[in-house]
Design a protein around this ligand. Structure first.
Ligand code: FAD
Length: 412
């Protein structure tokens, strides 16, 4: 039976970063990565951005060239799923029936797209955006597609809509809530992005529920709304969130809620088993200590680093400032901190100029910034967030005062 000192399940951002960091830290034990996709680890963010648009080839989104893993003696066991965890024996069973023993097991499985369940959800032409294969299927169909309905006004839906407009598709974006980005951003940011998409001729439909999908034969032809209206569609792209991929670990007895529960060293409740990235639920100081899952490259990489350090003899609790980005049209949004729980927002700059920041405060302290085309605020605002700095709304709104000066002058 094969045995690895560190066995990583999930060949995505977190899994790849863990193997990279272990080798950087001179870890000499054996490492293997099990991945159910056929490809070596690649970056997921471009899937709804420049990989979908064709501006980046697949080779350019690989996290490392394929040769890297061989050179670093990281065994890639691709095209196979980890089906069962036998935690009392430190073993896992793969979909090909093989059993592998581990010293430490790191669960880095991300999540799978939340699926539509309404009638018609399985017509051909209905797509999700999580893997390279998903996007290749979309790209293959696009030349024959004129009308696309995007379901979900989160980052992925909005980014896909922006790319589809570049291809001059007729795009309708349907969002159940009364504004886009409602779960992650304040109202001014939502309204800004709505108006950007509208000005790029995306038909943005808010407070709109999907009743079912309609087809001809097995092919999608429309989306029926709760109001009875039918929006014609040659393609539907669904972006309504993910479900963490944690079944096997939960079946093995790991404590879980919305994701596998981990402590600040990313240890699960099972011995020798860690969880990192999108699938890991952890208590986060930037969410007022609440247990949350973050779906970001930052979190995947930083949790991987926490585990790599732990496995090489250094215990550094995970405490990284969350950050994220989104590209739509010529707009680069960069966010730092978590805005959940804010009681005040401050606009710094004028959205009409298409370069501004929305700053979130709770009890006077800066907890997050969403910066649109203003990288300086993003870079300098990080210190305000990590220090939980108290700054007056007037000072934050004054664009003539760099945020780094406010951070230096303010009281923590
Ligand atoms: P993943 O990268 O999803 O990797 C998990 C891997 O494990 C997958 O290959 C999965 O198939 C595999 N797997 C699952 N179960 C098993 C199993 N049982 N056995 C074997 N393998 C398994 N984040 C940002 O910060 N900025 C962005 O702009 C951004 N844009 C995004 C755009 C898109 C379209 C998507 C999908 C995500 C985006 N994200 C973005 C989020 C970011 O990509 C994720 O947070 C990140 O990929 C999480 O890394 P991970 O390793 O936890 O999971």
């Amino acid at each position: 039976m094969a045995r690895f000192d560190v066995l990583i399940v999930g060949a995505g951002h977190a899994g790849a970063q863990l193997a990279i960091t272990l080798r950087q830290r001179k870890f000499e034990g054996t490492i293997a990565i099990v991945g159910d996709e056929p490809e070596p680890p690649y970056e997921r963010p471009p899937l709804s951005k420049d990989y979908l648009s064709g501006e980046k080839s697949f080779e350019r989104i690989l996290i490392r060239p394929a040769s890297f893993w061989k050179e670093r003696h990281v065994e890639m066991l691709l095209g196979r799923r980890a089906e069962r965890v036998l935690s009392s024996q430190n073993q896992i069973e793969l979909s090909d029936g093989s059993v592998i023993e581990y010293g430490s097991l790191v669960w880095a499985t991300g999540g799978s797209p939340r699926k539509l369940s309404c009638p018609g959800h399985d017509f051909s032409g209905v797509h999700y955006v999580r893997t390279r294969a998903d996007v290749d299927r979309i790209k293959l169909e696009l030349p024959d597609v004129r009308k696309v309905v995007v379901i979900g006004g989160g980052y992925i839906g909005l980014e896909a809509a922006a790319v589809l407009r570049k291809f001059e598709k007729e795009v309708t974006l349907v969002e159940a809530l009364d504004r886009v980005l409602a779960r992650v951003a304040g109202e001014p940011l939502s309204r800004f992005y709505e108006s950007e998409h509208t000005s790029h001729d995306v038909n943005v439909r808010l407070s709109t529920q999907v009743e079912c999908l309609e087809g001809k034969g097995d092919r999608i032809v429309g989306v029926r709304l709760a109001s009875g209206e039918v929006i014609a569609a040659d393609m539907v792209i669904v972006g309504i969130g993910i479900v963490p991929a944690t079944e096997a670990l939960i079946a093995a007895g790991a404590q879980a809620g919305n994701g596998v529960l981990v402590d600040d060293l990313c240890r699960t409740s099972l011995p020798d088993i860690f969880a990192i990235g999108d699938c890991a639920a952890h208590s986060n100081r930037f969410a007022q200590g609440n247990t949350i899952r973050l779906e970001s490259v930052q979190n995947a990489n930083d949790q991987a680093t926490t585990v790599a350090k732990y496995l090489t003899g250094e215990s550094h609790p995970y405490d990284a400032v969350p950050w994220f980005w989104s590209n739509q049209y010529d707009l680069k949004l960069q966010t730092v901190g978590l805005s959940t729980g804010y009681d005040q927002t401050v606009l710094r700059g004028d959205p009409a100029s298409r370069s501004f920041s929305l700053i979130y405060l709770r009890e006077g302290r800066v907890i997050a910034l969403d910066c649109v085309n203003v990288a300086r605020d993003y870079v300098q605002g990080k210190a305000l967030v990590s220090g939980g700095i108290v700054v007056s709304a007037e000072m934050l709104a004054d664009v003539s005062a760099p945020l780094k000066e406010l951070a230096a002058a303010a009281v923590a």
